[in-house]
Ligand binder design. Structure first.
Ligand SMILES: [Zn+2]
Length: 469
């Protein structure tokens, strides 16, 4: 093997002399150039500003989501992506109507609430009932069957602020499953303290589930301040009565779309790296941090790669998923692309806002690949830890591909601030830190370029595999 290598090396040396340093730039050097270009000001902010200004909130199944799909197709085309198209699928869409809540006694006051995504409506005029208040979800689960009959169950457990978002994971069950558990115990409605790390008067919505064998009761989130208010009223001893009114409409078989665009590979266009964020959002805010930022970050990273003098060897595909919050887009994408699953080199999603990335996980053995030997050096100025633990989760829109066997990656972002505004009316462009968002673009562009221009095969990097390169 030795003589041919020497021949190649001297050929490259001549090429360098003739064409200049730029043409001979190594893969890590090009990745570093992409990184620095992103840090100096990436296209991400322009993409996010355009989405939040020209479309705004875009719940799956809404007219706004159709406008978002049209925006995504036009934006990817304008940025020079190839093979731009929308892939349709259908969902059961839920749309919020008029909502209100108030304490009717003993201290009448209005309450700031949002119905949870998917909640059934209350009867016209609302439900008025005494509340049964629990300071933790576990306390409510400990209540015996029948003990909540005729009551509105209220859980006021606060959420912990953590860098990795673990605090959200610890309380998400009280939003997703609480209405079922309250109904099992006889409750007529269910309210929670919003899953929020802010102590303000903004309620945060989010998806919830029902069970087939349990009555469906209306469910809403109180603002953190209003949850504390109910805590204080209940502490005074007299029964507290609340009236809750929720309206909503459900549309079966509503249209939704995943929007796709590509930077075609120059040598192996059928080998694909799939990156993206979700284009749908909750309705109260503008979906800036969740997940306009992820759409903007991955689109900008791919755009910078596409602007290189020559494309990487493999294709970089950006997917703007159309129904993450209420579910459906990840499975729709996986179903539509099942046939090419063996050609998916790597899949990842950006869906944790716009704050700094601090940690990377790749598929098993990925960091030991010679093709990524200099990845640490490239990412070091971005202050990102290379974690040898294999990635477990790539994001909910990547789960479908993961289940089919596609290798997945995970960039962890600092989520310390993320849940202050997540799913609330304050999820707006003003909350986005542009410098942090550009650090994300730098990290995605550098990593994805290194994978796309190499022949690293994560299906073969796992140490257990005898075929390991
Ligand atoms: Zn999201």
């Amino acid at each position: 093997m030795r003589p041919p290598l020497i021949v190649v090396a001297s050929f490259l040396a001549v090429g360098t002399l003739v064409a200049g340093a730029a043409a001979a730039q190594s893969i890590p050097d090009t990745a570093a150039t992409l990184r620095d270009k992103a840090l100096a000001g990436s296209p991400a902010y322009g993409v996010l500003e355009s989405l939040t200004t020209e479309v705004g909130a875009r719940p799956a199944g809404s007219a706004a989501q159709r406008r978002a799909m049209e925006w995504g197709v036009a934006k990817l085309k304008a940025l020079g992506f190839a093979n731009v198209h929308a892939e349709p699928f259908t969902i059961t869409a839920w749309a919020r109507g008029a909502e209100a809540a108030e304490v009717t006694g003993p201290y009448p006051q209005k309450l700031a609430i949002l119905g949870l995504g998917g909640t059934v409506p209350t009867p016209a005029g609302g439900i008025e009932a005494p509340i049964a208040l629990f300071h933790s979800y576990g306390e409510m689960l400990a209540a015996p069957a029948g003990s909540l009959t005729g009551k509105i169950a209220v859980v006021t457990e606060p959420m912990a602020r953590t860098q990795d978002g673990f605090g959200y994971g610890m309380v998400i069950s009280m939003r997703e499953n609480g209405a079922v558990e309250a109904a099992r115990r006889g409750a007529v409605a269910y309210m929670i303290r919003s899953l929020s790390t802010a102590d303000n008067r903004l309620p945060h919505t989010g998806a919830m589930d029902y069970a087939a064998d349990v009555p469906k009761i209306p469910a809403a989130a109180l603002s953190p301040s209003d949850a504390s208010l109910l805590d204080r009223m209940v502490a005074r001893g007299a029964p507290v009565t609340v009236r809750l009114s929720l309206a909503s409409a459900v549309t079966p078989n509503a249209p939704a779309w995943n929007v796709v665009g590509e930077i075609p590979g120059r040598e192996k266009p059928d080998e694909v790296i799939v990156i993206g964020g979700h284009l749908d959002s909750w309705d109260p805010g503008a979906g800036a941090i969740d997940d306009g930022a992820g759409v903007a970050i991955t689109t900008a990273a791919a755009k910078l790669i596409g602007d290189l003098p020559r494309h990487p060897r493999r294709t970089v595909r950006v997917v703007m998923y159309g129904s993450e919050e209420m579910g459906g887009s990840g499975s729709a994408y996986a179903a539509a692309h099942k046939g090419e699953i063996d050609h998916v080199v790597l899949a990842g999603e950006s869906d944790e806002g716009s704050d700094l990335i601090y940690r990377l996980q790749l598929p098993a053995g990925g960091l030991d690949s010679p093709a990524l030997a200099e990845l640490g050096k490239v990412l070091a100025p971005l202050r990102i830890i290379l974690d040898k633990t294999p990635a477990q989760r790539g994001g909910s829109d990547v789960e479908g591909l993961q289940a089919l066997g596609a290798p997945i990656m995970s960039y962890y972002q600092d989520a310390s601030r993320y849940f202050d505004t997540h799913h609330s009316a304050d999820d707006v462009l003003d909350r986005v830190d542009v410098k942090s968002m550009d650090q994300n673009v730098a990290a995605w562009a550098a990593l994805i370029y290194m994978v796309a221009d190499s022949d690293v095969d994560f299906r073969r990097t796992a140490p257990a595999s005898p075929a390991a390169k």
